[in-house]
Design a protein around this ligand. Structure first.
Ligand SMILES: *[C@@H]1O[C@H](CO)[C@@H](O)[C@H](O)[C@H]1NC(C)=O
Ligand SMILES: *[C@@H]1O[C@H](CO)[C@@H](O)[C@H](O)[C@H]1NC(C)=O
Length: 223
């Protein structure tokens, strides 16, 4: 009975939370798109301005006009960036829980703040308890993001990610069931029978490690 009540609560809460986060995600996306468009327009205007041959009075007048428009664009760009920042940082409607980092509709948790190391399976369990999974890295931009965070914590040279060949030796699968090569041309180095869990190191390299080793980890979930 108690379980059912809790589920009821969760359900009645969910739509509001989801709406809030979706609206903000949308606003953030629109703001980002606008901001990019305006920046591109500004750059184009700038190019036109500097490439324009200054032959006569008319072209000088339009050059001034262009400069004005460019400055307006830059101002709008700054304002939109501030708006975007405000939206993503708004504590009343957080995109991610405290201690998680937001990037492109996903939340990431880096355990480096916990001063605690775990086995691979315990890291999986931690992420699961936080409605997330050990990170599956899907493109080079995401890889760069994770590497950037790692560089800020040089005392942790590697992170557990959601990649293992525990089921079939030598067949490395991401947590979503896809092959290690599915998203990016990656390979796991040092593979051996007793090293079935992959850790991520500098330069985006992956190493096979004993799943029993203790280390920091990175979880990922939708925001
Ligand atoms: C992780 O694996 C160890 C041994 O390999 C086991 O003792 C432990 O119960 C496992 N923990 C979880 C959370 O699965
Ligand atoms: C995980 O999701 C469930 C159901 O949506 C929710 O009740 C629970 O609070 C969430 N846990 C965390 C740590 O976010």
């Amino acid at each position: 009975m108690e379980t059912r009540n809790q589920e009821g609560d969760a359900e009645s809460r969910a739509p509001a939370d989801a709406g809030c986060s979706q609206t903000h995600q949308l606003t953030a996306r629109v703001a980002a798109a606008l901001s990019t468009t305006i920046l591109v327009m500004g750059l184009l205007l700038g190019l036109m301005l500097f490439a324009a041959p200054q032959e006569d009075q008319t072209s000088e007048a339009s050059a001034e006009e262009l400069m004005e428009r460019l400055q307006r664009c830059q101002k709008e760009h700054r304002e939109l960036n501030l708006m975007l920042l405000a939206v993503t940082q708004d504590s009343r409607c957080r995109l991610c829980p405290d201690g998680w980092l937001w990037r492109r509709s996903r939340c990431y948790f880096f355990s480096v703040g916990l001063q605690e190391n775990r086995r691979w399976n315990e890291s999986v369990e931690f992420c699961r308890q936080h409605n997330s999974s050990l990170a599956v890295i899907k493109d080079s931009a995401e890889m760069d993001f994770i590497q950037g965070v790692m560089r800020e914590f040089p005392q942790f040279p590697f992170l557990w990610v959601g990649l293992t060949d525990a089921e079939h030796e030598g067949l490395w699968l991401w947590g979503d069931g896809t092959d290690v090569q599915h998203y990016m041309p990656l390979a796991v180095q040092w593979d051996a029978d007793h090293r079935d869990c992959a850790d991520l190191r500098g330069g985006g390299s992956l190493f096979a490690n004993s799943c029993e080793d203790y280390g920091p980890w990175v979880c990922k979930r939708d925001s």
